[in-house]
Design a protein around this ligand. Structure first.
Ligand code: ADP
Length: 515
């Protein structure tokens, strides 16, 4: 074949073709080869295969594959292609030419093969991943069934026709049916006849895609006995989002329900006993008043009629009787106030203007304020949901204490209130003798005092009364103090709306016993 024959036969063929001598000198190239190798047809015809190969050493190897039967073993060659390279599959045949023999070569770019190889590789990876995922799923499902089986809670799955699909070991223990007995049966197997409607309600909720959490109900064992259970049931959907089943976890709460019932009964009994005791204390305090009044009356008469006639000892005895009766009267009065603090008479629904109530309390303490030269300062006290009488009791006790437990300085007392979320926090601060912090809880107990009556008069009931009133509103009372550094009593009163929304009367109130 001559270059002209080649041009005639392969010039316009879409496949890249070269005509070369057996030693690799190119005799002719077609347009497709020129395009593939990015060179001109004439340029190619003036060069050798080694010149255009990226690794010329491979050309000799390829040409040596030329076999005696006149066919070339196909092989791959990398050609220079401008700045890059192109890998081609090269195959060809030995043709006779007028003067000697020539090689007719066909070049096939290997890009397609590479692409095919990559695609194949990707598919293999994908298949591998699928196999791995399936193994994972299998492993996870083995793990899951081990967990389900070892669970202490009964785990039962059912389809949307209420047919039991699975039944774990705990379900066997709880309900008394083996898995073989239960699977395939309707779930109504364990529903008491009187609660049979529950199942349709549950199924309707599940069909709506709702999850049922801690639904407390009663289920039935194989032997017919009932048990309290807490059920958690959630719908299971398939890949298309259709609900295909509903696994149910049932926890036996019979013991808890029994304990709760016992606790509730004990609580009720305690409340009844407490109410009886309070009623008793109130009646005792009330009924003792009458005979006590007789004792005070007659001991005072004794003092008037026979005072000075019975000798010093006789006078002293009569004085003790009069003082004892007076003290007992105060104790009984405070005990009555204390028990009254929990009566329904002062239930919810009160409303008091703390500024006004403070004024009333100070009026009651007028004598003590004057005698001690106390000054009381307050600002912006709010309206609070409490009965006026109760707030008066609180102020009177706290301010009365602040005056009574004064140091050698004239008492200086600050009353204020701060809004905090849904409550007001009041404070009553004094500059008195202070309290050892180790007694800061004790002082709120009934009849609890830190001083003798001769040192400081008192019944030990004031703070107990305050605590009772405040705790019944849902508030708290506490003290911050140190010996010799004054005390601050805090108490909170909850309000239905944020405390800051209730306007405090911005009135600076200064009541001074001096001057
Ligand atoms: P009472 O004052 O009648 O003894 P309380 O219940 O009001 O009863 O107070 C209990 C005790 O707390 C008092 O005996 C006193 O020791 C102490 N206390 C209360 N308020 C103050 C105060 N503002 N400063 C110092 N001590 C106080």
């Amino acid at each position: 074949m001559t270059a002209a024959d080649f041009e005639l036969a392969y010039g316009v063929l879409p496949e890249a073709m070269l005509l070369a001598t057996p030693s690799g000198r190119i005799l002719a190239a077609n347009e497709a080869a020129a395009a593939l190798l990015n060179r001109g047809v004439l340029e190619l015809a003036a060069t050798t295969i080694s010149d255009i190969a990226a690794r010329p050493e491979n050309v000799a190897r390829l040409l040596s594959l030329f076999s005696r039967n006149g066919r070339l073993m196909p092989g791959a060659l990398t050609f220079k292609n401008g700045a890059s390279e192109i890998v081609c599959r090269v195959e060809g045949a030995l043709l006779p030419t007028p003067d000697s023999k020539a090689l007719l070569l066909r070049l096939q770019p290997q890009d397609d093969a590479v692409k095919r190889f990559r695609a194949l590789n990707d598919r293999i990876t994908e298949l591998n991943r699928e196999i791995f995922d399936r193994k994972q799923v299998a492993r996870a499902s083995t793990l899951l069934s081990a967990i389900v089986d070892s669970s202490d809670d009964a785990i039962v799955s059912k389809d949307l026709n209420a047919t039991i699909m699975s039944w774990n070991k705990a379900a066997e223990r709880l309900f008394g049916y083996t898995a073989a007995e239960a699977v395939g049966q309707s779930i109504t197997l364990i529903i008491p006849p009187e609660r049979i409607n529950e199942e349709s309600e549950i199924l309707a909720r599940l069909k709506r895609g709702e999850r049922i959490d801690h639904f407390e109900t009663i289920r039935m064992r194989k032997d017919g006995t009932r048990l309290n259970v807490s059920l958690t049931i959630s719908p299971v959907k398939d890949v298309d989002g259709r609900i295909v089943g509903a696994p149910k976890i049932a926890r036996d709460i019979t013991a808890r329900i029994r304990q709760e019932k016992a606790l509730r009964e004990a609580n009720e009994a305690l409340q009844r006993a407490n109410a009886d005791l309070e009623q008793f204390a109130y009646s005792a305090a009330h009924d003792l008043q009458e005979p006590l009044r007789m004792i005070s009356l007659y001991s005072e008469l004794l003092q008037q009629r026979f005072g000075g006639k019975l000798g010093a000892k006789g006078d002293e005895y009569i004085r003790f009787t009069v003082e004892g009766a007076a003290r007992m009267e105060s104790l009984l009065r405070d005990l009555r106030i204390y028990t009254q603090a929990s009566t329904t008479e002062y239930g919810a629904g009160g409303e008091a203007d703390a500024n006004e109530v403070l004024k009333k309390a100070l009026l009651n303490l007028e004598v003590a304020i004057k005698e001690s030269g106390a000054s009381i300062i307050s600002a912006g006290l709010p309206r609070v949901p409490l009965h006026e009488f109760q707030l008066e009791q609180i102020f009177q006790n706290l301010i009365g204490n602040a005056i009574r437990y004064r140091s050698n300085k004239p008492p200086c007392i600050h009353v204020s209130a701060l809004p905090q979320d849904n409550e007001w926090r009041f404070s009553v601060q004094d500059n008195g003798i202070g309290i050892d912090p180790k007694f800061k809880e004790q002082i709120f107990g009934i009849f609890k005092r830190l001083h003798s009556a001769s040192e400081y008069p008192g019944t030990g009931m004031g703070l107990a009364i305050c605590q009772r009133i405040i705790e019944r509103t849902g508030g708290r009372i506490w003290v911050e103090s140190e010996l010799g550094r004054g005390s601050t009593f805090y108490f909170t009163i909850p309000c239905p709306e944020p405390a800051a929304d209730r306007s405090g009367a911005e009135e600076l109130f200064d009541s001074s016993g001096r001057g």
